[in-house]
Design a binder for this molecule. Sequence first.
Ligand code: GSH
Length: 214
Amino acid sequence: MKLYIYDHCPFCVKARMIFGLKNLPVTEVVLLNDDVQTPMRMIGQKMVPILEHDGRFMGESMDIIAHVDAMDGHPVLTGPTRPGIGQWMRDGQQAYIRLILPRFAAAPFAEFATTGARLYFIENKEAMIGPFGTCLAESDTLRTSTNTALDQLASLIKSPQAVNGTLSTDDIHLFAHLRSLTLVAGLDWPAPVRAYCQHMSQATGIPLLDHMAG
Ligand SMILES: N[C@@H](CCC(=O)N[C@@H](CS)C(=O)NCC(=O)O)C(=O)O
């Protein structure tokens, strides 16, 4: 199986997670961010993640996860979800987007290996949220609200192994979200949230982004 991704992309992190959690081999292929043709040819949209399996292509991270988790008859995402986890992510979404997009754009990800690929990202995302310079100027305020939210999340985490105690799709969404936030320098990570990130990073084989935080 091959998984076409961008390294920064939280939806791709979700799809990558299931392979790590199930210890299944997959070849990850990082596309350049301005490569429109390859994803268009595969799924008719300029969108990742894309799974290639037995000559067929599948888009949509959660479809890929359901497909891969069911493949061997031993699913790992068996636990119930809790509405509070999804709500926590939705509540912080605006600050999250404004913190992470400008930092994605400046980081040394393989999908931005060419200037054209990086510019493609910047132009597209600035069209969505406005100039990155404005977002970066708001960093202190955005960090303050995110720190408050991380404190709240600490009390929601039942175990470093699984936010609700047993692995579920909440872990897929939450780890993908938190991994992006590790690119933001100067956040105060409560110990339970940090332990959760570290455990999930190890269990999935997906590195956190602290080493390139800014
Ligand atoms: N619904 C899709 C969303 C995937 C998505 O939004 N991917 C983004 C990257 S994070 C993308 O490919 N956007 C097009 C682009 O960046 O040009 C899924 O969950 O797989």
